[in-house]
Design a protein around this ligand. Structure first.
Ligand code: ADP
Ligand code: MG
Ligand code: MG
Length: 209
C-alpha cells in the first residue's frame, strides 16, 4: 500500500471508531431537533466505509476518498448520506496527484462547494455548513496566506469548526429537519456540524501521529 493511501485508510478507520463512540451523543442531539438517527447514520456509514477502504488493493488517496464517499451514499439515507458522501466523491478527484498542501486545499474547497450545492445551506442556517465553512476558509488562509504547515493549518481549521459548532446553538435552523421546528430549534447544537467536527478532530490526530 502506498504511504498516502495507507494514511487515508488509517484516518477513515479512526473516524469510524470515533463516530461509533459518539453514536449516542449524536443521536441525542438529533432527537432534540430531528429524527434521532444521526448517530446511527454516521456510525453505520463510516464503519462500512472503513471496511470497504481496508479491502482496497494498494489504494491511492483519490480512490480511498471516492470509495468512502460512494459507501456513505449507499449506506446512509436522509440528508447526511448524499451531503457527506456525494461531496466526498467529487472532492476526492482533487487528490488525483496525491496529497500536497495545494491538493488538500482544493479537496477542502470542493467538498464545501458540493455540500453547499446539494443542500443549499449557508453559514447561519444551523447545519454542518456552520462548522465546515470556517474550517475550510481557515485551512486555506493558513496554508496560502500565513504559509503554515498543513498540520498547523488543520489544527486551526479544527478550532474554527469547534467555534462553528458552538455558533449553531443560539441560532434558528433554516435548512434540514430542524427547520421544521422554527424558533424551537434555538438552543440546540446541530448534529451534522458536530459530526463534522469529530471527523476533523480525527483527521488532525492522524496527521499529528
Ligand atoms: P436526516 O435529517 O435526513 O435524518 P441526519 O440526521 O443524518 O439526516 O443528518 C442531519 C444533519 O444534516 C443536520 O444536523 C445538518 O447538519 C445536516 N443537514 C440537513 N439538511 C442540510 C442541508 N440542506 N444542507 C446542509 N446540511 C444539512
Ligand atoms: Mg436525522
Ligand atoms: Mg433521518
Amino acid at each position: 500500500m502506498s504511504g498516502d493511501g495507507e494514511a487515508v485508510v488509517a484516518a477513515v478507520e479512526r473516524v469510524a471508531e470515533r463516530l461509533e463512540a459518539e453514536r449516542d451523543h449524536l443521536t441525542q442531539l438529533d432527537s432534540a431537533i430531528g429524527d434521532a438517527d444521526h448517530g446511527g447514520n454516521m456510525a453505520r456509514g463510516w464503519a462500512k466505509a472503513a471496511e470497504t477502504a481496508r479491502d482496497l488493493d494498494d489504494p491511492d488517496p483519490e480512490t480511498v476518498a471516492k470509495t468512502v464517499g460512494k459507501t456513505l451514499m449507499a449506506e446512509v439515507g436522509g440528508a447526511s448520506g448524499p451531503l457527506f458522501g456525494g461531496s466526498l466523491v467529487f472532492a476526492g478527484a482533487e487528490l488525483e496527484g496525491g496529497i500536497t498542501p495545494e491538493t488538500a486545499v482544493a479537496f477542502a474547497e470542493t467538498y464545501l462547494e458540493k455540500v453547499e450545492d446539494r443542500g443549499d445551506a449557508r453559514v447561519g442556517d444551523h447545519t454542518m455548513v456552520d462548522a465546515l465553512t470556517p474550517a475550510v476558509h481557515t485551512f486555506k488562509k493558513s496554508i496560502e496566506t500565513d504559509e503554515r504547515p498543513p498540520l498547523e493549518a488543520l489544527a486551526k481549521a479544527t478550532d474554527a469548526a469547534e467555534r462553528g459548532v458552538a455558533f449553531t446553538v443560539p441560532i434558528r435552523a433554516r435548512k434540514g429537519r430542524a427547520s421544521y421546528l422554527g424558533w424551537r430549534s434555538v438552543g440546540h447544537q446541530d448534529p451534522g456540524a458536530t459530526s463534522t467536527l469529530f471527523i476533523l478532530q480525527e483527521l488532525l490526530r492522524t496527521v499529528a501521529d
